[in-house]
Design a protein around this ligand. Structure first.
Ligand code: ADP
Ligand code: MG
Length: 623
């Protein structure tokens, strides 16, 4: 996999959006731990996230009926209350219940739905999406940062793995928004690490980023050209990390002591003891894990060797994908808590044939780089006192009302502005001489659940049969967030334009609420939409066939007409019901029943055309 051009400063960024005092931070929203960092006096530093001054916030959220606990205490409780405690939520971002990543993994907590676009966890009597769980983590980071910086945050940069797809990135942005954060940009984790090391100051180069976290391993190859990092290759293993070291050590202890833990609790305790011992072994040459069971660092190194070997294949492949050799790399960066282990460092040095960079704390390096990026963005404002930031995305989708009161999204939320999108529509009814355009904002499928922004009309189109007119609708959002909607009918050249300010009058809370509603209703919304679409289609077909029977009924013998009438009645009754599959199959039956009638009409219509009269004109007059 490759791609993802990342620019330090984009040309479009000079647009001033919103004045601010530049209180910005970088956030590493990790699978195991999350951190927040800011640049002070030119140097990035991680901020305390708990009362003891710790900088790592375990990415764990424990749910109760009326509140949540995030971080260390939630992690401690996880063993006792596994069902209501969500760990490793990052693995589920942007995923549906049917995704491999979801089904493959054993999780103690419960999924609320088996279908639909979003995963939902059933916790403490309610349902939450991964986006909401992540927002809880982000809220804690936000509060801590606001205390440390003495005021409301103006903007954040959140990091994501380089391999995250659109849905996963979208989900991360939404989590930020739900937490009341102004997400300036998402930044690839390896790129953040490179920024933390100041590698962007070099003119060019290629770098490998070896990231071994708690449960994931990522290898990325970055190419720097004129201040722009490009991800040339990514690879890794989503089920490999420092937690596997804990398990390897536990096995060693069981072997040595001859005693296996006899309950889930005992097993948990053993793993916790092994993790603590693993951390000690980074500094000490031997340590006691259980009374009388002492493990030397060499023994630990031997136990984890097979795990390290598994990372080597992915590294070699990534180097090859990037069309490089280890010798041509200009640097290797260590990221992730597990790279603290001396054996890991030695191993990386062997694969890449050079000493890796590890001057910066490997669990902080991504957050530090995100802070550098946030600082660059906040300072990137032009001359104007550089206290400016840009509101760079569309907070809620923009769309048009369609027949049946459903919304067609023209510009999806989170698109970077300025932006432009166009879609072509046509007439629903014969002889329609104008279009009613209704511009709405929101994530729901039904117009009634969205926010109305503007209504306008395009008139002066000569009567044509349904489906003949071609209406191009263009949505243009400029750098100031102003939306301009242009409707242009192709055959006549008729045009109408309207301007609106989309987010005008909506508070951050209202935007949050609209997003939340859309997650809660995502499943039922899609079903409703499909039903409405089927009904609209049924109405169109019913009206067309009824019109045709009036116009050309004489072409049919009574016994030919009866099955068509029956199919019409069947479709009408299905249409009035709520089963979209029934409507679809009734449409098919009617289609089938009226096939020869349609054929005969076509032949006649050809004769009419010769006679200078179009069948559609006949239909129009009759309606
Ligand atoms: P993630 O990116 O998944 O959020 P981190 O980068 O925070 O994860 O890494 C967490 C892992 O690093 C855990 O397995 C933890 O035990 C391990 N780790 C942290 N500190 C040390 C240390 N001093 N020695 C060995 N492993 C460590
Ligand atoms: Mg990480």
């Amino acid at each position: 996999m490759s791609g993802g051009l990342f620019q330090i400063a984009e040309p479009g960024e000079s647009q001033i959006k919103e004045a601010c005092t530049g209180r910005v931070v970088g956030i590493d929203l990790g699978t195991t731990n999350s951190l927040v960092a800011t640049v002070r006096a030119g140097t990035p530093e991680c901020l305390a996230v708990d009362d003891e001054g710790g900088r790592l916030l375990p990415s764990v959220v424990e749910y109760f009926a009326d509140h949540t606990i995030v971080g260390k205490r939630a992690l401690t409780d996880a063993a006792a209350n596994p069902i209501d405690t969500i760990v490793s939520v990052k693995r589920f971002m942007g995923r549906g219940p049917g995704d491999v990543e979801t089904t493959r993994r054993f999780t103690p907590y419960r999924f609320a739905s088996k279908s639909g676009p979003l995963i939902r966890f059933a916790v403490a009597g309610r349902e939450v999406t991964p986006i909401e769980v992540s927002a809880e983590i982000l809220r804690v980071l936000r509060t801590q940062a606001e205390v440390a910086l003495g005021g409301v945050l103006d903007g954040v940069v959140i990091t994501v793995p380089a391999y995250f797809d659109d849905a996963q990135r979208q989900a991360t942005r939404d989590a930020g928004r739900l937490a009341g954060l102004h997400v300036l940009r998402l930044l690839n984790e390896p790129t953040a690490a490179a920024l933390a090391y100041g590698l962007d100051k070099k003119s060019q180069g290629t770098f490998a980023v070896y990231d071994l976290g708690g449960g994931t391993f990522d290898i990325s190859i970055l190419k720097l050209e004129e201040g722009v990092f490009q991800v040339k290759a990514t690879g890794g293993d989503t089920a490999l990390g420092g937690d596997d070291f804990d398990r390897a050590l536990a096995e060693l202890v069981v072997q040595r002591s001859g005693r296996a833990p006899d309950s889930p609790t005992a097993q948990r305790e053993l793993l916790d003891a092994c993790r603590a011992a693993k951390h000690r072994l980074t500094r000490e040459s031997a340590t006691e894990i259980l009374p009388g069971v002492r493990i030397a660092r060499e023994e630990f190194d031997e136990a984890i060797a097979p795990i390290l070997t598994r990372t080597a294949a992915a590294c070699r492949r990534a180097i090859k994908d990037a069309e490089l050799t280890p010798e041509t790399l200009d640097g290797v960066i260590l990221v992730g808590g597990a790279t603290r282990v001396p054996a890991v460092r030695a191993f990386v040095e062997k694969i890449f044939k050079q000493k890796p960079l590890f001057d910066l704390d490997p669990d902080q390096v991504v957050a530090l780089g995100a802070a550098v990026q946030a600082d660059l963005l906040a300072g990137a404002g032009p001359q104007a006192g550089n206290d400016v930031l840009l509101l760079d995305v569309i907070p809620l989708s923009l769309g048009l009302e369609m027949m049946g009161g459903v919304v067609e999204k023209i510009i999806p939320r989170n698109w970077t502005i300025p932006t432009r999108a166009q879609q072509t529509f046509t007439t629903y009814a014969d002889g329609q001489t104008g279009f009613d355009l209704h511009v709405v904002q929101g994530e729901r499928e039904s117009v009634a659940d969205c926010r109305s922004l503007a209504r306008f009309q395009l008139k002066g189109i000569p009567p044509m049969p349904a489906g003949m007119a071609r209406l191009d609708v263009t949505f243009l959002v400029d750098a100031d967030g102003i939306l301009q909607v242009t409707a242009h009918e192709q055959t006549t050249g008729q045009e109408a334009v309207i301007e609106v300010t989309p987010s005008y009058g909506l508070s951050a809370e209202e935007i949050e609420q609209m997003l939340l509603d859309s997650y809660q209703h995502a499943d039922s919304d899609v079903k409703t939409r499909l039903l409405i679409d089927a009904r609209v289609e049924a109405d169109r077909i019913l009206s067309a066939i009824r019109g045709a029977l009036v116009a050309d009924g004489r072409l049919l013998e009574p016994e030919e007409r009866a099955p068509i009438e029956q199919a019409i009645a069947a479709l009408q009754s299905a249409r009035d019901g709520i089963d979209r599959h029934a409507i679809r199959s009734a449409i098919e039956s009617l289609d089938h029943a009226s096939q020869s009638f349609a054929q005969r009409r076509m032949d006649t219509s050809l004769q009419h055309a010769v006679a200078g009269r179009r069948i559609s004109e006949v239909e129009q007059k009759l309606e």
